[in-house]
Design a binder for this molecule. Structure first.
Ligand code: EPZ
Length: 427
């Protein structure tokens, strides 16, 4: 295992390129299984979750070539093999194999997904969707078996607005007989990205990005070429880091529309934000005002950015309240920030943050975005080197993080984490 070492206190300056979106990529790669010929994905991020997905698809018989940010997936020889354990447990988004394999083969057996366990994350809405499409879902020795002689279109109302359930139902329904209508669907840009890929594969989907999605099932899907949207969470993290270090950074390869909630909150604090066609420039200021932030489903402020935002709010004057309405207890970064001197406490779904100066410390990333929060915090520290262990979590979502931060002038490097190896303490 490795740890991140950050000697903070330098304003970030320059330009950073944002890669393709992780949360699209982990749906688009398995979606390729639905096709019967080669799918090419451009702008694919280099992330450990994508690498794990590649291995899973190869185990299922797909042929894959991955050079730079282009992946070619030939799923023609793929089969649906039981996957009770192993790699599927390494990532939360392995649940997309359910919709993809069910759609193509009418059958899938898979262990329950792993991933960032910041709180219990049920998949009841995914199951509700598969059952509505006519599938039988059983628990077999801890694995889920989903099978159907024939999938039939249905009207499905999601009780919870869920990104994963919306995408999983779209995947299976695109090869079901007849019309599926998803109501109370999630509207995140990643949903539109998946619908765009499926449409290029020959699916008939209308309404992605709104709360009602209509999918007219087709018998076969074919190969295509698709370019993945930029990662709005990575982009938001660099926006936050630029502001927190009072820097001046151009974040390139973004869709500014996806960043509206983040832009609004930064401006409210006093950060200067300049939107260009495919980039956003952040100009930091010496002082920021405390603000309240509510993490909501899209187009609200993204829950995936609330942890790094917490770190930025430690740099504002006064008391900020950050409330997460998507997850009830996504606050694993809070005790670690407190270790760095943050004056911060949680109350129910909220973190109450009083502006303070942070100090160098040894801290641990307990999940991906908690890790991003610690990186932002460490960049603000002027009295030494912050050591962040648990880097494997950060590697799941930030392509090229160390090089990007270095190019922006940060003093950051990786070292072998001998303490972690001794304790074997990987969560
Ligand atoms: C996606 O997770 C993202 N992951 C998450 O990003 C993100 O935090 C989340 O959406 C919310 O935006 C991927 O896209 C791979 P949900 P997902 O289903 O789809 C509840 C990151 O840091 N719920 O939209 O799993 C659930 O508990 C990650 O990049 C049910 O109750 O999230 C949560 O409170 C972490 N039943 C809410 O809905 C269900 O069947 C939203 O979850 C499904 C979800």
């Amino acid at each position: 295992m490795e740890k991140l070492m950050i000697r903070g206190g330098r304003p970030l300056r320059g330009t950073v390129q944002i890669s393709g979106a992780k949360n699209s990529a982990v749906a688009l790669v398995p979606a390729a299984i639905l096709a019967e010929s080669e799918v090419t994905l451009d702008n694919l991020p280099h992330l450990s979750d994508v690498a794990v997905y590649r291995e899973i698809l190869e185990d299922l018989g797909a042929e894959i070539e991955w050079h730079g940010d282009v992946m070619k997936i030939d799923p023609s020889a793929a089969v649906s093999r039981p996957m009770p354990n192993g790699k599927v447990k390494l990532l939360r988004a392995s649940y997309y194999l359910m919709g993809a394999l069910l759609g193509r083969f009418g059958e899938v057996t898979i262990g329950l997904p792993g991933g960032c366990n910041f709180e219990p994350r049920p998949i009841d809405q995914h199951i509700k969707g598969f059952e509505a499409l006519g599938a039988t879902v059983t628990n077999e020795h801890g694995s889920i078996r989903i099978h159907a002689k024939e999938l039939r279109g249905a009207k499905i109302y999601l009780d919870v607005v869920s990104v994963g359930a919306t995408i999983n139902i779209m995947l299976a329904a695109s090869r079901a007989k007849g019309l599926t209508i998803i109501e109370n669907a999630a509207k995140e840009p990643e949903i539109i990205d998946v619908a765009t890929l499926l449409s290029a594969m020959g699916a008939k989907i209308k309404g992605a990005g709104t709360e009602t999605i209509r999918i007219e099932g087709v018998e076969r899907l074919h190969g295509c070429r698709h370019s993945i949207i930029p990662d709005r969470i990575q982009a938001g993290t660099y926006m936050i880091a630029a502001a927190a270090t009072h820097g001046d950074v151009v974040i390139d390869n973004v869709i500014p529309k996806h960043m509206e909630a983040m832009t609004a909150k930064l401006e409210e604090m006093g950060v200067e934000v300049i939107e260009l066609d495919e980039s956003i420039r952040i100009i930091g200021r010496p002082d920021y005002s405390a603000i309240d932030v509510k993490a909501l489903v899209y187009p609200g402020f993204a829950t995936d950015l609330q942890s790094p935002m917490t770190s930025l709010l430690t740099q504002a004057k006064g008391v900020s309240i950050l409330t997460d309405y998507v997850y009830s207890n996504r606050f694993k970064h809070v005790p670690e920030l407190a270790r760095m001197g943050a004056n911060i406490r949680t109350e129910g779904r909220s973190a109450i943050i009083e502006g303070s100066t942070l100090h160098a410390a040894k801290v641990r990333a307990a999940d991906l975005r908690a890790g991003a929060a610690l990186v932002v915090a460490a960049l603000t520290v002027t009295d030494g080197i912050t050591e962040i262990s648990g880097v494997e979590y950060i590697d799941r979502g930030y392509d090229n993080l160390v090089d990007n931060l270095r190019m922006l002038g940060a003093d950051v490097w990786r070292e072998v984490d001998t303490e972690e190896e001794e304790w074997g303490a990987v969560e």
